[in-house]
Write a protein that binds this ligand. Sequence first.
Ligand code: PLP
Length: 374
Amino acid sequence: MKALNELATPALILDRTRLSANLQRMHQRAAALGVALRPHMKTAKSAEVARLATQGQPGGITVSTLAEAAYFAERGFSDITYAVGIVPSKLDVVAAIERKTGARIGLLLDDAGTARAIAERAAALGGNHPVHIEIDTGQHRAGIAPDSSALPEIAGILAAGPATEVAGVLAHAGHSYDCRTIAEIETVAEAERAGAVAASEVLREHGHPCPVVSVGSTPTALHAGDLTGITEMRPGVYMFGDRFQSAILSCTPEDWALSVLATVIGCYPDRDLALIDAGGLALSQDRSMEAIDSTVSYGALYDATGRAPLEGVSLATVNQEHGFIRGRVGTLKVGQRVRVYPNHACMMAAMYKAYNVTDGADEIVAEWDRVNRW
Ligand code: PLP
């Protein structure tokens, strides 16, 4: 296979050694907490990564798009949770994937009207669709409160439908990203656990067995002190890590597994400027960690090996196909390769069809595809 310096840039690089260590760490967490790990494939979107992430366990995964659901089902993943709210118009696609592959796709909703419409459409399509009810434990994105009267109402509608069943409850503590200390993350993790468990108890009191009690974001999965009453967790970005995850104490820069290889295409030391061929499309423009660091750039600049940070420079701006490096650019030369580690791995990877996989060295040992779009 090729060496890194033979790749056309910009190119997406995945360090398998770091990936494996990150996967191992989360396996150990799940085992220590006594819950199943249902890794969220929204970050990696790759069957090869999913196989490694589910090694030694039943193989259930979480997905964020129906394109992911189809891709993974066609590659042998038969227990899939689609953890974004379902609408009736998408149920036909779900049913078609299930018919074609034999996979079972768990669904998610949080509203009685939607439950009624899904139950009706499911009855027309046939089959048996497991549906999770989304619980809001503090992020206030989607979901209902554990003590909402809508909870038993939704469950009753699903249970009465001939082609739907209550799979359980699902919560996502996305507001763990607002935490700045491990103590704060522990508090959010406990609220996520307690909310999901309280909701499962309400369902059981109303006669629904509630086999799945699902939680998970990377920070809460890594720092939860106790997951009593929880059956599974669904972290995703832990596989690769990124600058945001380091800033909120999920990992260190030595854990970052994903980067973009780019080439210096212009150098103007008199203006303290160098340009690389990776701009807003190749790197994404994600600056969500601005809330933590108002001076945040568009990625962490390293040398071509990805091991030594470039000192005195930063990736200050991006245009569509240009990255603007500002600072002491005197040591950079046109044609030289650099590595950019992402602010947010999920967003940066989204433009690339495949990973160039290394074991941390110069050689590309494999190419792994990804499923993008919807
Ligand atoms: N579950 C749901 C419903 C999500 O939306 C996400 C991420 O957006 C996750 C799990 C995984 O969380 P993280 O990206 O922190 O690993």
